[in-house]
Ligand binder design. Sequence first.
Ligand code: ADP
Ligand code: MG
Length: 257
Amino acid sequence: MTSTASDPIVSVRKLHKSFDKLEVLKGIDLDVRRGEVVVVLGPSGSGKSTMLRCINFLETFQSGTITVDGRPVGYEAGDHRRPLGEARNAKVREHVGMVFQSYNLFPHRTVIENVMMGPVKVKKVARALAREKGMALLAKVGMDHKADAYPGQLSGGQQQRVAIARSLAMEPSVMLFDEVTSALDPELVGEVLKVMRGLAQEGMTMIVVTHEMGFARQVADRVVFMDGGVIVEEGAPGDIMAAPKTERFGNFLSRNL
Ligand code: ADP
Ligand code: MG
């Protein structure tokens, strides 16, 4: 199978997800092409995190299909009665990097050990090589000077930059960001957004859930607005953020500018 630049890295089709009787995702369709930066906006509770968590199968889902790099996520293609099993799910997750609002670094490991751990343990990369590549990634996020520090010695912004480097160490096909700046003091937000902007410019495929409207406007190739478990509206940021087509998105923008 040869892939081309226009193949979607992530493809979500008719995705339905419920928690017991609460239907949270009501038929999501989303394709993300190689190198594309999709920013997902939407009010709290609209299903943004749940959608990201389905993409790397941190959540099961009831119907629909998701593929990453052409590989089915969670279930045999087209058959929800046949779960893939943990080994194949783990394989898919290797290709999906995810950074959350809370920092999730291992507190008793140094910064460089946090970054090396995935490649060494999961990909069986030799420690020396993992360290060398890890240092290069730390330099990319401006954190190489803290390689031997422990997470607790870092600011929230620094921890998020390390968390990004740690995800990148697995050489993912796509990076998912879930409100990675929401818990940060305002003066630390910029340094994290700058790293994400750099990744976008280097051509990383990214799905970014954020409330940072400036980032959406400047960095997104496409903005997706979710509300009530559906994609209400999507388009180029310059188009839809300047002239929302729906009242729901218009109201959201006026509340969040
Ligand atoms: P968002 O990220 O857009 O704020 P979420 O995806 O976190 O929204 O949540 C969507 C809805 O699903 C909310 O009503 C939330 O309460 C519910 N929800 C999320 N996770 C769970 C869970 N583990 N169990 C039950 N309900 C959940
Ligand atoms: Mg969320």
